[in-house]
Design a binder for this molecule. Structure first.
Ligand code: WQD
Length: 346
C-alpha cells in the first residue's frame, strides 16, 4: 500500500519537482495549491515524467474549514510537505501583512489539523535567509550558526514558522518535523517538462539570466561588483532543483520510517560550494555556448554579500548529498527556457 503524502504548494517550482521524486519513490501524492503563483498545466508535466497524475485539490490553505474538508476527503495521509507560501523578498517589504497572513496562517492551520487526521510528520520548506549575512567565522554555514534578525518580512515568516513548529512539538503535538533550509534552488527537470516559471519580471537570477540569453530581456543587471569577494560580486550556494527535491523524499522517509531520533530536525540543503554571480554567468556561457549580455549596476538593497552551506549534517545524518554540477544544472535551466519558447509560453 503506497503511503499518502500531501504536498502543499505542489504546483510550484520546488513542489512540482518534489512530487515527481516522491512518485518515483513509490509515494501516493496529493497536491493542494491555490494556483496563486503557479499553473495547473504543471500537472501535465508531472504526468508526462512519471506517468502518474497526482490528485489535485485547488484550495487556499488559509481557509481552515475548507482545508479540513479536503483532508477528510483524502483519508490516510501520513505526511505533509509544506511549500505553499509567498516567497518574493522584495514584494514582502511592500506587502508585509499579506506575507504574515499567508505564510503563517497556512502553517498554523495545517499544524492544528494534523492530529485530527493522524498525520505523523511535516517537512517544512525554510531558507538560508534565516542566517542573514553569516559572520566570516561562520562560513560555510552550519545549522548551529546564529539566526540573524530577518532583513525582510519573507525571511521573518521563515524564522517565525520554524519557531511555531518547534514550540508546537515541544508542547506535545503528536507529530514530528524536519525543517529544510534551502540555499539557492536553480535549474529544471532534465526532461524540461517542468521548471521555474516566474510570473512577470523575474526577481531571481537564473530565470532573468535565461530570459536574457534567449532575448526576452535586453541584458542582465549584475547587482554590484564592489563586495568584499574575489571578483566583487555576491556569492551564493546554487543547488540543483532535482537534488533538492530528492532531499525531501529522504526527509519524508526519515520521518515516516521512524528514523528521526528527535521530534524536530533541521538540515541545510546546499552543495557546500560558494559561487559568485560573475562566475555563474561564465559557467552558463561555457556550458551552453550562449552569451549573456550583462552590465554591472548598483547593489540591490537587502542583498547579503556571501553565504554558502556546510552540508555535512545533511550528508551524514540525513544521508543526502547534492550530485549535479553547476554546469549541468545551468544547462537544464537553458533547456527549460528553450522548451518554453518552443511551446510559445514565453
Ligand atoms: C542571487 C544573486 C543577487 C538577480 C532569494 C531569497 C531566498 C530564495 C531565493 C525563495 C544575488 C544577484 C539577482 C538579478 C543579480 N527565495 N542577482 N541580478 O536573493 O540569493 O535569494 O531568492 O525561495 O530565500 O532570499 O536569490 O536569485 O534573487 O539572487 O545580480 O537580476 O544574484 O544580487 O547576489 P537570493 P536571487
Amino acid at each position: 500500500m503506497k503511503q499518502k503524502i500531501l504536498v502543499a504548494g505542489g504546483t510550484g517550482y520546488i513542489g512540482s519537482h518534489t512530487t515527481v521524486e516522491l512518485q518515483n519513490a513509490g509515494y501516493d501524492v496529493i497536491i493542494i495549491d491555490n494556483l496563486s503563483n503557479s499553473n495547473i498545466e504543471v500537472l501535465d508535466g508531472i504526468e508526462h515524467i512519471t506517468g502518474i497524475r497526482p490528485k489535485f485539490i485547488e484550495l487556499d490553505l488559509k481557509d481552515k474549514e475548507a482545508t479540513r474538508k479536503a483532508l477528510a476527503s483524502q483519508p490516510g495521509i501520513k505526511g505533509i510537505i509544506l511549500f505553499a507560501a509567498s516567497k518574493a523578498v522584495g514584494e514582502s517589504v511592500q506587502k508585509p501583512l499579506l506575507y504574515y497572513r499567508n505564510n503563517i496562517t497556512t502553517l498554523i492551520n495545517l499544524l492544528e489539523l494534523m492530529p485530527e487526521f493522524g498525520i505523523e510528520g511535516i517537512v517544512f520548506s525554510s531558507s538560508c535567509t534565516v542566517y542573514g549575512q553569516p559572520d566570516p567565522e561562520n562560513l560555510p554555514v552550519t545549522e548551529n550558526a546564529p539566526i540573524k534578525p530577518a532583513t525582510s518580512p519573507y525571511g521573518n515568516t521563515k524564522q517565525i514558522n520554524e519557531e511555531i513548529i518547534r514550540d508546537t512539538i515541544h508542547a506535545g503535538a503528536p507529530f514530528k518535523s524536519v525543517i529544510l533550509r534551502y540555499f539557492n534552488p536553480i535549474g529544471a527537470h532534465p526532461t524540461a517538462e517542468i521548471g521555474e516559471l516566474p510570473n512577470g519580471v523575474p526577481q531571481n537570477l537564473i530565470p532573468y539570466l535565461t530570459q536574457t540569453a534567449i532575448g526576452i530581456r535586453k541584458e542582465l543587471s549584475v547587482f554590484g561588483d564592489d563586495y568584499n569577494t574575489p571578483d566583487g560580486s555576491c556569492i551564493r550556494d546554487y543547488i540543483n532543483i532535482v537534488d533538492l527535491a530528492k532531499a525531501h523524499v529522504t526527509a519524508i522517509d526519515r520521518l515516516l520510517g521512524g528514523k528521526s531520533a528527535k521530534d524536530i530536525e533541521i538540515f541545510n540543503l546546499g552543495t557546500g560550494c560558494g559561487v559568485s554571480v560573475l562566475e555563474l554567468i561564465n559557467t552558463f556561457e561555457q556550458a551552453t555556448g550562449v552569451k549573456v549580455p550583462h552590465k554591472i549596476v548598483a547593489r540591490r538593497e537587502g542583498d547579503i554579500e556571501q553565504v554558502w552551506a556546510n552540508p555535512e549534517r545533511a550528508n551524514k545524518v540525513l544521508g543526502w548529498k547534492a550530485q549535479e554540477t553547476l554546469a549541468d544544472t545551468l544547462a537544464s535551466a537553458w533547456k527549460w527556457q528553450l522548451k518554453l519558447r518552443e511551446r510559445g509560453i514565453m
